[in-house]
Ligand binder design. Sequence first.
Ligand code: C2E
Ligand code: MG
Ligand code: MG
Length: 746
Amino acid sequence: MADPMEWPSELNRHMERMPHSRVGAAVAVAIAAGLLGAASLPHWLTVVLALCLGALGYFVVAMPVMQTDLALRESERKFRHFVDQSLVGLYVVQDGNIVYANSKSADLLGYDSPEELVGTPVARVTHPDDLLLLQENHRRRLAGEVQSLRYAYRGLRRDGRVIWVDVHGSACEYEGRPAIMGVALDVSQQVEFEHQSRLANRVFDSASEGIVITDAQCRIEAVNPAFTRITGYSATEATGKFSRMMTGHGAELNHDMLAHLARDGHWQGEMLDRRKSGDWYPAWLSISTVRDADKNITNYVGVFTDNTSRKEVETRLQFLASHDSLTGMLNRNGMMARFAQQIEAARAADRQISVLFIDLDRFKTVNDTLGHLAGDQLLVSAADRLLRQLREGDIAARLGGDEFTVLLEDPPSSTMAGELAERVIASMAQPFTIDGQEMFVTASIGIACHPADGHDADTLLKNADVAMYRAKQRGRNTYQFFTADMNTRAFEQLLLENSLRHALERGEFELHYQPQLCTATGTIAGVEALIRWRHPELGLVLPGTFISLAEQNGLIVPIGAWVLQAACRQAREWTDAGFRFGHVAVNLSAKQFSSGDLLDTIRCALDRSGLPASLLELEITESTIMHNPPEALLLLERIRDMGVALSIDDFGTGYSSLASLKQYPLDSLKIDRSFVKGIPNDADDVAITEAIIAIAHKMRLKVVAEGVETVEQAEFLRKAGCDMAQGYLLGRPMAAAEVARQFPSS
Ligand code: C2E
Ligand code: MG
Ligand code: MG
């Protein structure tokens, strides 16, 4: 940079050429400009600028009166020194080029010295986007449209960096031609600051979170629109008040929170806040402290969100985890949690609790025959009936499937649980109408009481379950209180299951045969093979005791295969002995039907025994078919193709209609003995039996009546056109040798 002390530099020469009065006028304008601009500049800068420009003005204005060269030179030297040392950039632009610049201008634009900058086109040191603005501003002043102009634009430093420059200049004459003379200040920091604060304002205004800014005493200084939206209080209403978020809802300051803030500078947590409307809402609040240079807290900034919807989702999730989605009742989890609490409370207060375990009878049949949708509707209706029987405070739950429980806290008398059970049973007695179809479902209920029958939820529930099982065994549609000996029975059941697993390999099963007679002629039309278990200790066990157990644990598949083999072998022996017994009927369980190897099992039984397929009939129930109709149809057709006859057992107990059975390749149907029982006195049973016979015949199905015990029944059935009859009247199930005595031989 040139030494300011020894400059006969360019400006000096320009000044010599330039009338002093003009220079003075131009500089005076610059001074005015500097002073005008100072109003918005930082204080220190204003002072320096004023000093500099003041001095500049003084020397310029004083110059014409200094007569001697020495004085003039001295004045010039000082002037140049001030100009050069000035903290603002000074420049003269002519014909689009910089013709004068001081050191600060060079510094501003990243040039090493003013000499380097002089001669540079303005376009080179101006951001292209602002060049037009700059040129237009020059034009306006040179054309005399305005005296002076002040504006900010983006300058380009030599290294390519962009800076914001605030310029204030006026038109002047330089070397006898028009030029622009002005002062320039780097305001990049200011612009950046303004940009930041604009951004901060926008964030403040548009944030979806409520923002509240308080002073150090927690008095609100500012709130954003989201604050108003969430709380209902406008900025005017809120400003000046104590922030409730920081003071809590009493007038007391929340000292704990403030102490935490003073220590950590930050606090966050959930709190209940109140809207202007008076409604409470959960708010998630996060507060930070703002400190001054001396580390004193000056402000608190609180940011909060309305947590209502998140809370709702949480509550909903909690509800779903503890409730049954179908009935809206508590589920097992929810019930067990409540049960444990109730027991705890009952123990402390020396109170009693009764738990009812309710199981719907025959629900599975509805589900299997009418489908899950109908099953669900039935469950909803049953749950509704159950709830109607309860007092306030009683807790009901669906444990799953068709199992429900009710907790009765502190029943005033021990019979109260029994009375409730009776009411529940009675409420289920009315027919349910699902999809326009009437159906009947009953309930079996077991009751256990705290503390007599158990001290914890699991034991009580298990014992109520055992009692319910007992109710089922006693014919269903009834209730039982738990007694200690029931557990002994449950234990026996367990032993039974264990011994059932070995029964097959130990050869403990045998088949009895019950004759089926032709009603018209009284001759043997067939025999039904019925399994018995010759238990080493229990004696002859009937299938009612173990078939459902075998179905549950899957043993029914190998047991069923054994029955098929044994029945076919026996029938083949009878054939070989020349007996005419019609056909042998074998019962199939639904489990066998869906086991996948049924066809092979049948084929194997026929092949091994050598029994003609036409002498074998398989009995299936309605629910077996309805469980999986398309697969069932395929399987039945394959069985039929083998030449084996098919009959529907226990017809009338499921919910299938005769019309729906039409599509299956059936040969006969067996009217369930519950209908035969009422014949000939029960008008309903009579009508149903007659209708079944008539429609079955139309569908070319033979009809067998089960459970014929009286002569009247047999006579009625014969007259009604029933093809065959089976029952104690005509012959009990008996051993093979015994039944063979009734067979005519050919
Ligand atoms: P089911 O197939 O309906 O068999 C008829 C049942 O009615 C037999 O009971 C029979 O003894 C009984 N019964 C026959 N006539 C009369 C009567 O006049 N009055 C009364 N009250 N009952 C009569 P059982 O032998 O106890 O068999 C019960 C059920 O066990 C059978 O009902 C059948 O569903 C099942 N079952 C029997 N053997 C087998 C088998 O080998 N495999 C499968 N899967 N189930 C079998
Ligand atoms: Mg049968
Ligand atoms: Mg039957």
